[in-house]
Design a protein around this ligand. Structure first.
Ligand code: NAD
Length: 260
């Protein structure tokens, strides 16, 4: 029997990260869950993954703005799961404002969580992956890692940075069986996006259905949301032997958004 893989998925208490963690667990991958939220709820998610899929799932509350907490999470993961084969840098936040009004603390937080955290976590796992001649770094960037929208200066800068960081790491890992790829989703209906729909409907005097079609999904030619299951399946594929030669890629999963 081949040994089960182990993965850290940052920001996996909700949305895309939880979708990826669930898809990994379904493949027998042992996990470190991370992110904020209600402790009882997180523990029931963790226990449900263990019960349903027979994997080990540990939760670590590392704050991705704090390099020392990121390093401690990786050290704990190595202690409790043996080694880290897959790192998914997913935790992320957003803030929307014109650049001349953009709060400096939001700029700093977005850069720290969406970009610098990927560096700190990758730095902590990389030597082990290289020495074992196997590793998968999966960075959850965005369509905004490839194209821009107004009023999202920090997010677009951070996500373009993630795509560049991914390429550099891909080159460094290339001869050691370590791949690095960025997944670039379009709109995914996570709790974060869902929460905006009634607010936008109110602000614009539109129905929620119109907000979805004419505001949010205007960017996506398919006029459909990407699902967390679809992003999870792509992440799983990147861990397989079939994906061993995919590295340094920015993989769009965006209903055709950046093809326009
Ligand atoms: P979400 O808000 O549902 O989940 C974000 C996760 O990150 C949560 O688990 C949250 O607790 C965690 N998090 C936030 N700040 C943290 C911190 N300081 N330390 C540790 N964890 C922290 O959002 P989502 O939509 O699932 O987004 C996940 C990733 O996907 C982000 O990087 C986001 O930029 C990216 N993305 C989302 C979409 C979309 O449409 N939802 C599209 C493209 C890319």
């Amino acid at each position: 029997m081949t040994k089960a893989l182990t993965a850290i998925v940052t920001g996996s208490t909700s949305g895309i990260g939880l979708g990826i963690a669930t898809a990994f667990a379904a493949q027998g991958v042992n996990l470190v869950l991370n992110g904020f939220g209600d402790r009882a709820e997180i523990d029931s998610i963790r226990a449900a993954l263990e019960d349903k899929y027979g994997v080990k799932a540990v939760y670590d509350d590392a704050d991705m703005t704090k390099p020392e907490e990121i390093r401690a999470m990786v050290a704990r993961a190595e202690r409790e799961l043996g080694q880290i084969d897959v790192l998914v840098n997913n935790a992320g936040i957003q803030h929307v404002a014109p650049v001349e009004e953009f709060p400096e603390e939001k700029w700093n937080a977005i850069l720290a969580i969406n970009l610098s955290a990927a560096f700190h976590a990758t730095k902590a796992v990389f030597a082990g992956m290289k020495s074992r001649k196997f590793g998968r770094i999966i960075n959850i960037a965005s369509a905004h890692g490839l194209v821009a929208s107004p009023f999202k200066s920090a997010y677009v800068a951070a996500k373009h940075g993630v795509v560049g960081f991914t390429k550099a790491i891909a080159l460094e890992g290339a001869e050691f069986g370590v791949t690095a790829n960025a997944i670039c989703p379009g709109y995914v209906k996570t709790p974060l996006v869902e929460k905006q729909i009634p607010d936008q409907a109110k602000a614009r005097g539109m129905s929620e259905a119109d907000v979805i079609q004419k505001v949010i999904l205007e960017a996506q030619p398919t006029k459909q949301f990407v699902t967390v299951e679809q992003v999870g399946a792509l992440a799983v594929f990147l861990t397989t032997a079939a994906a061993a030669q995919i590295t340094g890629a920015a993989l769009q999963i965006d209903g055709g958004w950046v093809a326009k």
